[in-house]
Design a protein around this ligand. Structure first.
Ligand code: CP
Ligand code: NVA
Length: 308
């Protein structure tokens, strides 16, 4: 039976916290969990969940993952705990380290997550920040792997805002050596630090392409991926972003430009007929709900490694 390996780093704050081999190991574990080939008992270990933003998939998949691993979760709602009162992160982190075995945090500022991890003696997982969504990327690459087997043959095109979800795809894509194309309106390009880091990892610099032309980017792609135009916390920018992203919808024209067997992904939740048409979401090419299911399996793999 496949056994979880201990990861080199204590925390999973960024896609960059894993090596390529560690990503592949977590994906293999996830496949084994999915196919019920392994069973791991974490002996009542406790995962604390601190979510400053809403969540369905991340929260529930972590809860179910821990239950399946023989552990449990505590939902630390910031409004009913002292976190919402503004207790210093360094105090909360040191206290919760004495109760919980691992913590998953969804918050705004990535630096708050890093501050928490600095003071926590237990592993900390990024459950989404404004900078990255690395757990999502693991599920995305499992979904891609299930379809294409060899990552080296895959062209992944992300059409949308160059923020958290795109950043983790770029970094994890770089680790796996996949061609990643990002098409976004001018002014919504990915963070230059993320691009720089990815280019340092890629053996071939040409494998990361950033453009403002969704149709050119989609040409011949094997995977078309999108995310909401207005992320959580950006609700007041919705009107402007809807205008700026006009022409960046994954629709039948864009799908026709991609490879004929291309799959369509979306991290969800979606605004149908904004970043993706209803028809594209429901089409035969869509693997969106398989992708959502895979959140559960990769998180089982990740937790098994972090707690082993
Ligand atoms: N994709 C994702 O993280 O979904 P939730 O916001 O529902 O967790
Ligand atoms: N970019 C989106 C992803 C949600 C899973 C957000 O940050 O709201």
């Amino acid at each position: 039976m496949l056994k979880p390996n201990k990861l080199a780093k204590k925390n999973f704050l960024s896609s960059l916290d894993l090596s390529a081999n560690e990503v592949l190991h977590i994906l293999e574990l996830a496949s084994n969990f999915k196919n019920k080939k392994i069973n791991i008992d974490l002996n009542n270990k406790v995962l604390g969940l601190i979510f400053d933003k809403s969540s369905t998939r991340t929260r529930v998949s972590f809860q179910v993952a821990m239950t399946r691993l023989g552990g449990t979760t505590i939902d630390l709602n910031p409004t009913t705990s002292q976190i919402g009162r503004g207790e210093p992160i360094k105090d909360t982190a040191r206290v919760l380290s004495r109760y919980c075995d691992v913590i998953a945090i969804r918050t705004f500022d990535h630096s708050d997550l890093e501050e928490y991890a600095k003071w926590s003696t237990k592993p900390v997982i990024n459950a989404l920040t404004d900078l990255e969504h690395p757990c999502q990327a693991l599920a995305d690459f499992l979904t891609i792997h299930e379809e294409f087997i060899d990552f080296k043959d895959v062209v992944l095109t992300f059409i949308g805002d160059g923020n958290n979800v795109a950043h983790s795809l770029i970094l994890c894509g770089a680790l796996l050596g996949i061609e990643v194309r990002i098409a976004c309106p001018k002014g919504y390009e990915p963070n230059p630090f993320v691009i720089k880091k990815a280019r340092e990892i890629y053996k071939d610099d040409n494998l990361l392409k950033i453009s403002n032309d969704p149709h050119a980017a989609a040409k011949g792609s094997n995977v078309l991926y999108t995310d909401v135009w207005s992320s959580m916390g950006e609700e007041n920018q919705k009107k402007k972003k809807d205008t700026d992203f006009n022409g960046f919808t994954i629709d039948s024209d864009l799908v026709a430009n991609a490879d004929k067997d291309a799959i369509i992904l979306h991290c969800l939740p979606a605004y149908r007929n904004k970043e993706i048409t209803d028809a594209a979401m429901e089409s035969e090419n869509s693997r969106i709900f398989q992708q959502a299911e895979n959140r559960l399996h990769v998180q089982q793999g990740l937790l098994a490694c972090l707690l082993s």
